[in-house]
Design a protein around this ligand. Structure first.
Ligand SMILES: *[C@@H]1O[C@H](CO)[C@@H](O)[C@H](O)[C@H]1NC(C)=O
Ligand SMILES: *[C@@H]1O[C@H](CO)[C@@H](O)[C@H](O)[C@H]1NC(C)=O
Ligand SMILES: *[C@@H]1O[C@H](CO)[C@@H](O)[C@H](O)[C@H]1NC(C)=O
Ligand SMILES: *[C@@H]1O[C@H](CO)[C@@H](O)[C@H](O)[C@H]1NC(C)=O
Ligand SMILES: *[C@@H]1O[C@H](CO)[C@@H](O)[C@H](O)[C@H]1NC(C)=O
Ligand SMILES: CC(=O)N[C@H]1CO[C@H](CO)[C@@H](O)[C@@H]1O
Length: 314
């Protein structure tokens, strides 16, 4: 039976042919699941699906590791071959954007989805951010190099040129707030306006699987979530996200990796305290998070929920 389901999935046969809930797979628009043959040298040259430009002074392969089977990737997309990616920041993870000053407030190391090294990213972003598309990603805590939950982190986002996020993943203590440790240790999906659509405890030794379906015409979001091998389930309704811009102004790079905000330095002026990219306090610790199952699909025929199944939006 398993084998039959797999072939039905692979051949794109309609569900009505089979007694299982298998449906036509939605076309994949971007596959960021690291293949077994990718190397650190590929990453250093941004060869393949990742532009590794947002990072500190070291080579990309010193901030991102391909983990083979240790730990194994999320089991949700078996039998797709992939390996988890460990993203690490340390005190050297100060990004200098072009000719602008270094961002001493942040520590960051992010991969940006790209078609390939020579592809046109603007055209690619228009492809992955038109119609109805779903952004899939799984994250796991790294218990050896833990985050500091007193800080805010934004481990995944889509950023148009205006610097806003169409949606993002956030964890830690939101900048300039005080929350309990339990409330800080949450994974939160936020809308363009920064409202939390869904949150769940960032438990260790667990793959936290997410999908966010974006309707780029109606400007809505719907979040899906599961752990480990369990099918994704809708955890929100289709929510209004109309503060985001429509068309090219609302399209931007898809980032995943650690972006760590500073704590406020009380000695700074109010203006400097608000300058999160350049000011504030960082402890300079080495911290990691793991990614797996990163891909983007057209969701016209529904959202893949794992184990060969799809569900409609809404
Ligand atoms: C890995 O192998 C695939 C399939 O043979 C190939 O298309 C791809 O270019 C290879 N990737 C790298 C980074 O070498
Ligand atoms: C980065 O990689 C290049 C080419 O392999 C090497 O020459 C250089 O020493 C590396 N830089 C660091 C900081 O490790
Ligand atoms: C890249 O694609 C955009 C959008 O399709 C287009 O306007 C632009 O001219 C392209 N750039 C290059 C260098 O081809
Ligand atoms: C921090 O929050 C306080 C209280 O809401 C506010 O007055 C202050 O402007 C905020 N500072 C920054 C840098 O956001
Ligand atoms: C971290 O880097 C900053 C900026 O380069 C530097 O001022 C600071 O002394 C470093 N902290 C540690 C703990 O090395
Ligand atoms: C969930 C959410 O943040 N929705 C907002 C999307 O944008 C519209 C327009 O600004 C707001 O009214 C919603 O609250």
């Amino acid at each position: 039976m398993l084998l039959l389901s797999f072939f039905a999935f692979a051949l794109g046969l309609d569900s009505s042919v089979w007694a299982t809930p298998v449906r036509r797979a939605s076309p994949i628009l971007y596959d960021g699941r690291a293949p077994s043959n990718i190397t650190g040298a590929d990453l250093d040259q941004s060869k393949g699906p990742y532009l590794a430009a947002v990072k500190g002074s070291k080579n990309a392969s010193q901030y991102f590791q391909f983990l083979g089977n240790n730990p194994p990737p999320t089991p949700l997309w078996t039998p797709v071959q992939e390996q988890a990616i460990q993203a690490t920041i340390d005190n050297s993870s100060v990004f200098t954007p072009g000719s602008n000053p270094p961002q001493f407030g942040f520590r960051r190391g992010e991969l940006i989805a790209q078609p390939d090294q020579t592809g046109n990213r603007t055209a690619f972003n228009a492809q992955i951010e038109s119609g109805l598309t779903a952004f899939h990603f799984s994250v796991q805590a790294d218990s050896q190099q833990q985050l500091n939950f007193k800080h805010e982190y934004q481990p995944l986002f889509i950023e148009p040129n205006d610097g806003t996020h169409v949606f993002d993943l956030q964890t830690g203590t939101p900048f300039n707030t005080t929350v309990s440790d339990a409330d800080a240790r949450m994974l939160r999906i936020r809308s363009h306006s920064g409202n939390v659509l869904f949150q769940t405890p960032f438990a260790e030794n667990t793959w936290h699987n997410f999908a966010v379906a974006v309707d780029w015409d109606k400007l809505t979001l719907q979040a899906f979530y599961s752990q480990n091998a369990c099918d994704l389930k809708a955890v929100t309704k289709v929510e209004d996200n109309s503060s985001a811009a429509k068309g090219p102004n609302g399209q931007g790079d898809f980032h995943f990796g650690l972006l760590k905000l500073p704590l406020i330095n009380p000695a700074d002026s109010p203006a400097d305290q608000a300058d999160v990219s350049h000011k504030g306090t960082q402890e300079g610790t080495t911290e990691s998070i793991l990614y797996s199952g990163v891909f983007i699909e057209s969701a016209q025929n529904g959202v893949s929920i794992g184990n060969g199944k799809t569900v409609p939006i809404g």
